[in-house]
Design a protein around this ligand. Structure first.
Ligand code: NAD
Ligand code: TYD
Length: 354
């Protein structure tokens, strides 16, 4: 890839992972022009990027990837050399109540970007790259053993993972059919600062702060592989610059946790930070009805990216969790802003709890 000067479109850059990627690129590549395209849905928040918003190599574009003519217009206007595509509807529970929204953004939105990139670059693909950010959830659910590898068959179970799987297939198909230079990464569960408090870790941090119940789905024995978001952003940087075209890389934390064990660790760390008696936060754990189609276990074999690109997680889980907890405790106004308004309605509908 060209590392001299290029115009890079990052979609979904006001969201959780996207904001860390935008920051990394704006700061580390002052010779690049970074365009952050985001519709600012409930999950998008420009507060995440306050520290870099005035950098001369950064431009924010408010817009929706489902709007094909707008997407064509900005590709022509800005003449992007590369795309890092993160914009998506990203929450499994919301995909169960409104699957079509996931088809629109994750499938149609990705198609619009693919079409615009193909059209702009078709005469010469040299130095161009379409980088699609995906999830390990496309591989479905593992039993007690085994790991997802890059050639594991897709077997998505939720409307979210089905929509991401579909978009991955379209990206690959544009590579095979039209020669579009693409890379895809499938990453495990991220955690860290700026994570919207609908996902397990930030939701539970917020509830512990407020002494509210911690709604554990089912028996809490489902397993996820957790990665600190800064390490994901580092992997994205490496793959964007050094990954091979038409390849997929799995990214994971080598860090599997059963939900209930993770929740207990979080409670222990929160008790320490909040000067509560040990065991105090654990009393908030409340087992609730299981998520329909709840995948039992995700676990990534991240040896390909480790061997080929020299990437591995740099942050231990406990350090990452402490850093995350401290961020939420130090950024209460961020938390208050995102949990006011429509969040309250979502919370009531999802949990039947106040
Ligand atoms: P997020 O929900 O925090 O952010 C999504 C961003 O996309 C928001 O800023 C939102 O405003 C924007 N967006 C949504 N619909 C849009 C549209 N139609 N047009 C333009 N912008 C739109 O998501 P995240 O957790 O940061 O995930 C980012 C990407 O990484 C997603 O593609 C997701 O599938 C993938 N991913 C996430 C995880 C995870 O653990 N969070 C793990 C692996 C892969
Ligand atoms: P989540 O953060 O939604 O990520 P994903 O479903 O994409 O893995 O959930 C992580 C795990 O935590 C998952 O097994 C579902 C579980 N979970 C709960 O037990 N309670 C909750 O309130 C939430 C949001 C998730």
């Amino acid at each position: 890839m060209n590392t001299t000067s290029q115009r890079v479109l990052i979609t979904g850059g006001a969201g959780f992972i996207g904001s860390h990627v935008v920051r990394r690129f704006v700061v580390n590549y002052p010779n690049y022009y970074i365009y952050n395209l985001d519709a600012l849905t409930y999950a998008g928040n420009l507060e995440n990027l306050k520290d870099i918003e005035n950098q001369s190599n950064y431009t924010f574009i408010k817009g929706d990837i489902t709007d094909a003519s707008f997407i064509d217009f900005i590709f022509k206007k800005y003449n992007f050399d590369g795309v890092i595509h993160l914009a998506a509807e990203s929450h499994v529970d919301r995909s169960i109540t409104d699957p079509l929204a996931f088809v629109k953004t994750n499938v149609i939105g990705t198609m619009n970007l693919l079409n615009a990139a193909k059209e702009l670059w078709k005469d010469d693909f040299t130095g161009k790259r379409f980088y699609h950010i995906s999830t390990d959830e496309v591989y479905g659910s593992l039993g007690e053993t085994g790991l997802f590898k890059e050639d594991t068959a897709y077997d998505p179970n939720s409307p979210y993972s089905a929509s991401k799987a579909s978009s991955d297939h379209f990206v690959r198909a544009y590579g095979e059919t039209y020669g579009l230079p693409y890379v895809i990464t499938n990453c495990s569960n991220n955690y860290g600062p700026n994570h919207f408090p609908e996902k397990l870790i930030p939701l539970f941090i917020n509830n512990i702060i407020q002494n509210k119940p911690l709604p554990v789905y089912g028996d809490g024995k489902q397993t996820r592989d957790w990665l600190f978001v800064i390490d994901h952003a580092l992997a994205i940087d490496l793959v964007f610059h050094k990954g091979k075209n038409h390849e997929t890389y799995n990214i994971g934390g080598f860090n599997e946790w059963k939900n209930i064990d993770l929740v207990k660790l979080l409670c222990k760390l929160m008790d320490q930070k909040l000067n509560r008696k040990e065991g105090e936060s654990e009393k908030l754990i409340t087992y609730v009805k299981d998520r329909p189609g709840h995948d039992l276990r995700y676990a990534i074999d991240a040896n390909k990216i480790k061997k080929e690109l020299g990437w591995e997680p740099s942050v231990t889980f406990e350090d990452g969790l402490v850093n995350t907890i401290e961020w939420y405790l130090n950024n209460k106004s961020w938390l208050n802003n995102v949990t006011s308004g429509s969040y309250k309605d979502y919370y009531k509908k999802q949990y039947h709890l106040n």
